[in-house]
Structures are given as C-alpha cells and as structure tokens.
Design a binder for this molecule. Structure first.
Ligand SMILES: Nc1ncnc2c1ncn2[C@@H]1O[C@H](COP(=O)(O)OP(=O)(O)O)[C@@H](O)[C@H]1O
Ligand SMILES: [Mg+2]
Length: 447
C-alpha cells in the first residue's frame, strides 16, 4: 500500500516561527500513526505539509517512496478530516458523501455502491435523506469521515477530528475510526493532543514538543519506557510524580537516589546502578508513576522495593480508585507540559551549584527556579537542591511536594496520617537535567 516518510522536515513561517523542527519518521503501510503533543507543538503544520497545504522549508517528504515535496495536493491521493468539517448544508447526507465521487465523474453504480458501503460502516444508513442541520455533532463528523474515505484514498490524515465532540461520542468514534481504517488498510496519520486517544488508537505514537520529535514507539513502549521526562509526564493520568534528586554512588555497594529529605537505594548488582553511577553527585529528575507506589503498614525495603515515608495531605476519591497526596518532603519538578510558557527556558541558561552556566535543553524545560531550589541566607550563590534538611526545619526552603499514590479501596487511609510508601524500584525513572532518560531500557526486575 502506501508509506509516508519525512526526512528532517522543517517548517519555518515567514515571521520566523519554527513550527516543525527537523522532523523524521515513517508511517508504514496500513499503519495507524498518532502525532501526539500539546497545542502549538506543530502537529497540524506537519500534517498540512504531508497534505501539500503548506510548503516544506527544508527536508524531504516521500509518499510511497516517491519524492513529494512539490507534488500538488490533488495528486497526493490523500484525504483529510479536520476538527470542524464543513458539510454542504443544502445537500442531504447521501449527496454530501457522494460529492467527491461526483466531482471525479465516477459512474453512477460505483457511486451507489461506495456510498452504501461507507454509510453502512459508519452507521449512517438511516440518515441518508437528512440534511446536516438535523444531525448531531457525532453524526456530522461521521458524514465528514464518510465523505473523506469514499474516494478510497491511500492515505488518511486526521487533525483532531474528535475534539469538538462530547466524551461519550469520542469513545464510540475512537473505536469506529480505528476499525474502519484497519479494514480499509489505509495508512493513517492521526493528530491529537489527547494522550488517551493516542494510547487507545495508535499502532505507534510520535510524541512532539516545540516542533521536535521526542519519541516514536508503540503505546506500551512510550508509556513504559519514555525517552524523555516530557514523554513520561505527558502520557498517563494521574501524571508521573517528578521529584528533584541527586545521585550518589557507593561503588560496589549501592546507588542512592537522594530525594532531599529521603533516599532510595538500588543494589549495586542492578544494571541501572552502574549506568547511573556515571552521574555521581549530579542533580537529576526522579520519576515514578502513582501505580508503582503502594501505601503499606509495616513495609520492609528489599532489592526491588524502596520505602519512603510521609503525611497524607489530601485524599481524592474518584469512585473506582482513591488517590492519596502524600507529603514526603521532597521538591517537585515542574514541567511546562502544555506550552503555557510559564517555565519556558528556551533562551535561558541555568547556573549550576558550581557556578558554571549550562544551557538547558528545550526538550525538557524545567523551571530555573525549581532547579535552583531555595537560596541560602548566608550565601548569595545558588544552594544545592539536596540539602539533607527535613521539611519544616530552618533552612529548608524548598516547597515540598505531594507524591500521588493510588490507594487500594480496602485500605483505610486518613488525611493527616503518617504512612509508609513502598516504591517498586523496577518501575522508577531517572532523567538528567536536560530531561533525557539516563538509564537505557525499561527498569530490570531483580530476582
Ligand atoms: N501561518 C502561520 N504563521 C506563523 N506561525 C504559525 C502559522 N501557523 C502556525 N503557526 C505557529 O506554529 C506553531 C505550531 O502550530 P500548529 O502546527 O498549529 O500546532 P498544533 O497543531 O500542534 O497545535 C505554533 O506556534 C503556531 O502559532
Ligand atoms: Mg492543530
């Protein structure tokens, strides 16, 4: 069938905005590839370049192996569906769907057969005589979809087609869209800012931020094995806990991930320890998802289990689960996940505790303020984040963070209670301060 390959594709608009920055990936034949990222990260621009609606500033686009930078949109055999799709209000559903075929002067029986098949697939059989104005949002988006695929394009590009629909419909259409595109074997690139959509629909997810590709992999792998702290934080609800930490290697003994008030120890035999030891005495970002944490009564630490203690500050009952917000005295890392720009370090340098200036990668814009921690009264220089002082002690200036933990429904936890948290050490992540994962591969379970 058809492949879509981008090679170092960049889009710079006339005003200087670099919307897409050296983007490279390949959508395989019949693949359902999702472009995922916050609003403004360049998803639509990337899609529009593939469709030929936007010129490519540099780099190459190959459609089915053929260089396609200059191919006019109508010769690309692509159908596109947008968030809001204008249907012809004076035509009924059947005529709306048939429109592209009529335009292409397809024979009458072909039109009849194709419109029948596609309206069957999308559950529109009973609405064929209706005008768009009398349809619900979901039905209208189905008509738009039907009209796009009725030509049987070899590529399908969808730009947030479900964002205008309510939650129930979105779930329903999610399944329909993936079923339909798989049945047809159409290579599909689907753009969304919704990580749940991406995780449930995609064969592979390409995560973008600020025009830059962060990672491209299967839903399982981007979730379990995130390459950057941004990918780790963007996928999953509740979000991955991210804390300031530092690495201390005790050669041949253990590797400590110091979280300020408390620390976690990895045995030296853990393959990650040797890798992390290269970052001895460096500040890092520690990440752990709520599901890798458990509130325990009399916990003991082990080779793949660490213990932290804290106070339950707040409980959130969500029906099917309860989330406990536990104050462990460590300092959170805040990421500008949605590109609001409030912790944007794009053109700033961070001053390390050694007084050296380092550029912070735009891939993980961690707040300068958070990096620096508090300030020492007697020393105008930046104070290290890890200060060994317990929260509440004089000198402890860092804002303490709440570790979000999923709580078993049977376990009774009360606000204000002091608890122990067991940490599944096979499911912890350590990122450097640029936001890149330090240890490679998923965490390894010790025996
Ligand atoms: N025509 C344009 N001129 C200048 N900047 C643009 C233009 N279109 C989009 N942009 C900018 O490019 C970036 C990416 O936009 P877009 O591709 O629409 O992002 P997304 O679809 O991920 O929300 C944004 O910063 C946006 O403001
Ligand atoms: Mg967009």
């Amino acid at each position: 069938m058809t492949t879509i390959r981008l090679n170092d594709v960049t889009k710079q608009f006339d005003d200087g905005t670099v919307a897409v920055n050296r983007l490279s990936f390949e959508a395989k034949s019949s693949e359902f590839l999702v472009l995922l990222g916050p609003s403004g990260c360049g998803k639509s621009t990337a899609l529009r370049m593939i469709a030929g609606l936007e010129t490519i500033t540099s780099g190459e686009l190959y459609l089915d192996g053929h260089f396609a930078n200059d191919v006019p949109p109508r010769d690309r055999d692509i159908a596109m569906v947008f968030q809001s799709f204008a249907l012809y209000p004076y035509l009924n559903v059947r005529e709306n769907i048939a429109f592209p075929l009529k335009l292409a002067k397809a024979p009458k029986d072909v039109i009849e057969e194709r419109v029948g098949a596609v309206s069957q697939a999308l559950g529109l059989r009973d609405f064929l005589h209706r005008k768009p104005g009398t349809l619900s949002g979901g039905q209208r988006q189905r008509v738009a979809m039907a009209r796009a695929i009725v030509r049987r394009p070899s590529m399908f590009l969808m730009d947030e087609p479900l964002s205008n629909l309510d939650a129930g419909l979105r779930v329903e259409l999610r399944t329909e869209i993936t079923a339909l595109t798989r049945d047809l074997g159409v290579t599909t690139i689907y753009v969304t800012h919704d990580q749940t959509e991406a995780l449930t629909m995609a064969d592979r997810i390409a995560v973008m931020r600020n025009g830059i590709l962060q990672q491209i992999d299967t839903p399982d792998n981007v979730y379990q094995d995130p390459a950057t702290v941004f990918v780790a934080a963007f996928l999953g609800t509740p979000r991955m806990n991210l804390l300031q930490g530092s690495i201390h290697a005790y050669l041949e003994e253990q590797l400590l991930v110091d979280l300020g008030a408390q620390a976690l120890a990895l045995p030296w035999e853990d393959p990650r320890s040797r890798r992390l030891a290269r970052h001895h005495q460096e500040r890092v970002i520690f990440g752990v998802r709520p599901e890798a944490l458990e509130i325990v009564t009399h916990g003991t630490a082990g080779p793949d289990r660490g213990l932290l203690s804290g106070w339950v500050r707040h409980l959130e009952h969500l029906g099917h689960e309860t989330l406990a917000y536990v104050d462990t005295g460590s300092t959170p890392v805040r990421l500008d996940i949605n590109g609001t720009g409030e912790d944007d370090l794009d053109h700033q340098d961070a001053v390390g505790e050694d007084g050296q200036t380092r550029s912070i990668s735009r891939i993980a814009k961690v707040t300068l303020e958070r990096f620096r921690g508090g300030h020492r009264d007697d020393d105008p220089r930046e104070r290290p984040i890890i200060d060994g002082r317990a929260p509440g002690e004089p000198g402890h200036r860092s804002r303490s963070s709440d570790l979000v933990v999923r709580v078993d429904t049977e376990r009774k936890v009360r606000t204000g209670e002091q608890v122990q948290i067991a940490v599944d050490l096979t499911r912890i992540f350590v990122f450097d301060r640029m936001g890149y994962r330090i240890h490679t591969g998923p965490a390894v379970r010790m025996t």
